[in-house]
Design a protein. Structure first.
Lengths: 372, 253
């Protein structure tokens, strides 16, 4: 049975509805209702609701939409009859809502100029904040180093374990593959000159001076800077940082110093490990070409100097500080809101990688001019 | 005979295989305000999670208007879920959307009405909870009480016949909390919505409850049930008596 009937009498078009008026039936009835309004030949339209036994907000909104449409289509009189008293409040409310203009409440979107100005001011404020935190962290680091007993060593070791020991598998995998692929790619052209063994020199110098530190630093930025930012950001949102502050505990010393110390010491260690595994990756290629492992080893040992190794390690000592500081500062800057932690995590990784790239360049120039 | 909308039968509920609640039995009737109460850790939230289908029972059944939510899949499950609305303790509003969009989300997902009608419906819900001036605000801009009311509005979006509220007055000031109570009472009487409420607030229980069940940790189940009056005069179980009386006496000082 159709849930509606249309009839005409006494110059009135009567649309009678039956059953439940909820979201589902309203969606079904709406096209029919609009068609009746469209085709109505009489100046009066009557909506008979006698057989309607349930109306919810969706039903009420539907009735008011019909009323609204009749106004537009030039029907002079629209009336609802036999509406059960229990539903009249809802229908009245829907009418109020339909007439109310809520769009005035909608906040004005910012103009282009305002937007640009806002982003500039935001960027300036953020840069200032970044510099302030850098200063605060540097100060806290020095103060802590002067009084090493005050440093939270338990936390420091825990962070060192999570950021360092737990990162060994991924560092090993990436370094091994980099060493292996690089050796393989280099061996092919060098074979034409019978110089395959010199691949060892290439791998040795590249891993120790450049790729070991860089790979480790980038892995740490992706793995630990993001973790630091998320941890500290969540603490910021949960008001844990405020709690520390009102307890008189400096959150920078409590949270950031242990992380920076841990990251600073584990980065060179991880780099050493990465160098070793990368060189082993190269060894796989060289030995598979028929050279004994010992000649690969001798070649590297005679070519790569202690200076190269130290240079690489000094570099990643700095990378460690940068990564940890980027993660912590971005976490510390977390604002409120659902995506805030996500934003600071992303920015921690980006800042970390940018800083690594910039400082790697600076180190190259410095080493070059110092002749290291 | 009152119409039963929720039936809990032989329910064993908990996490893993160890039940926190054992052999739970009760019915909720249409248009009543049904309160679940109990001390911390007694399994109130677990029971609620079972009732709204977030946690499958270890054994036993939860029937929503005669249908088992846990056995239903796909469209059937969605159909049953549309009969219930849940307002979580913290509001659980989606922070990236305005309050209005939060309410429009289930409407857009599950109805085929034109946008203007959906917006009218959403504004009606906001008006029902007294937030018609806050539709374009982001959830982060709302106060705690407003968040709870917005959550209630979203729970009502699809005109469900049953609404579950988790601690609706926790963390609210007495005036706001009383306002929330009145709102629930009005909605139950005017729209005929059944409310299942988990709460601690004795004042609010006194004001709105039709029936109460009380859970207890060591009993792993219901230790008392009845109207607020029956609970207050329950002398069989001293724990229930103390829970209802001592605290109320304190509150009245």
């Amino acid at each position: 049975m159709k849930p509606w009937t249309v009839s005409t009498h006494d110059g009135n078009t009567v649309l009678s509805l039956t059953g439940r008026l909820d979201a589902k039936s309203a969606a079904l009835l709406l096209p029919e209702g609009l068609r009746v309004i469209e085709k109505a030949r009489t100046p009066n339209l009557v909506l008979d609701l006698e057989a309607v036994d349930y109306i919810d907000t969706a039903g009420a909104a539907f009735l008011c939409l019909l009323e609204n449409e009749t106004g537009k289509k030039g029907i002079q009189n629209f009336s609802m009859v036999h509406l059960k008293s229990g539903f009249s409040t809802l229908v009245d409310m829907a009418k109020d809502i339909r007439q109310a203009d809520f769009s005035a409440q909608r906040p004005e979107p910012l103009s282009f100029v305002e937007n640009q100005g806002k982003s500039l001011l935001d960027a300036l404020a953020e840069t200032k904040e970044f510099i302030t935190y850098t200063g605060e962290i540097t100060l806290a680091l020095f103060q802590s180093l002067l009084r090493p007993k005050k440093i939270r060593w338990a936390d420091t070791f825990l962070v060192a374990e999570r950021a360092g020991v737990d990162a060994l598998p991924i560092v090993a995998l990436i370094s091994f593959i980099v060493g292996l692929v690089m050796a393989f790619q280099a061996a092919i052209p060098m074979r034409m000159f019978g110089a395959e063994l010199y691949v060892a020199n290439l791998i040795g110098i590249a891993m120790v001076r450049e790729l070991g530190p860089l790979m480790t630093a980038i892995i740490l930025a992706g793995r630990s800077a993001s973790a630091f930012a998320a941890e500290i950001g969540t603490m910021r949102i949960n008001e844990e940082i405020d709690a520390l502050t009102v307890m008189g505990i400096d959150p920078v010393k409590f949270l950031i110093v242990p992380r920076i110390i841990a990251a600073t010491f584990i980065t060179p260690l991880l780099t050493l490990f990465s160098n070793l595994v990368g060189i082993l990756g190269g060894a796989v290629v060289i030995t598979s070409m028929g050279y004994p492992f010992i000649s690969y080893y001798d070649q590297i040992a005679s070519f790569v100097s202690w200076g190269d190794l130290t240079g690489g390690l000094v570099k990643c000592f700095v990378f460690g500080i940068l990564i940890a500081a980027a993660g912590c500062i971005r976490g510390y800057q977390t604002e409120s809101g659902p995506s805030a932690v996500g934003i600071s995590t992303t920015r921690a990784v980006v800042t970390g990688i940018v800083l690594i790239a910039v400082f790697d360049g600076i180190f190259s120039i410095v080493y070059y001019s110092l002749g290291i | 005979m009152k119409e039963t909308v929720i039936q809990i039968e032989n329910l064993f509920a908990g996490y893993g295989l160890v039940p926190i609640l054992e052999n739970i039995h009760f019915d909720v009737f249409k248009s009543e305000i049904f309160i679940i109460i109990g001390g911390s850790g007694c399994g109130k939230s677990t029971l609620l999670k079972n009732m709204i289908g977030l946690l499958p029972p270890i054994s036993g059944q939860v029937l929503i208007q005669g249908e088992d939510l846990c056995l239903a899949v796909g469209d059937d499950r969605n159909r049953i879920l549309q009969k219930i609305g849940v307002a979580f303790q913290s509001g659980a509003l989606f922070g990236s959307m305005t309050v209005l969009e939060n309410i429009l989300l289930p409407l857009k997902e599950f109805t085929r009405l034109p946008d203007t009608v959906m917006e009218d419906i959403a504004w009606m819900k906001l008006k029902l909870v007294g937030l018609e001036k806050s539709g374009f605000l982001m959830p982060a801009e709302l106060s705690g009480g407003m968040k709870k009311r917005a959550a209630l509005a979203r729970a009502m979006a699809l005109d469900p016949s049953i609404i579950f509220l988790d601690e609706p007055s926790a963390g609210l000031d007495p005036v706001t909390s009383a306002g929330m109570d009145n709102l629930v009472k009005d909605l139950a009487s005017s729209l005929g919505i059944t409310f299942v409420i988990v709460t601690h607030e004795l004042a609010s229980i006194d004001a709105i409850a039709d029936r109460i069940i009380m859970l207890e940790k060591s009993a792993k189940g219901i230790i008392a049930q009845g109207t607020p009056e029956q609970m207050k005069t329950n002398t069989e179980n001293p724990y229930v008596y103390n829970f209802f009386n001592r605290k109320i006496e304190k509150g009245e000082k």
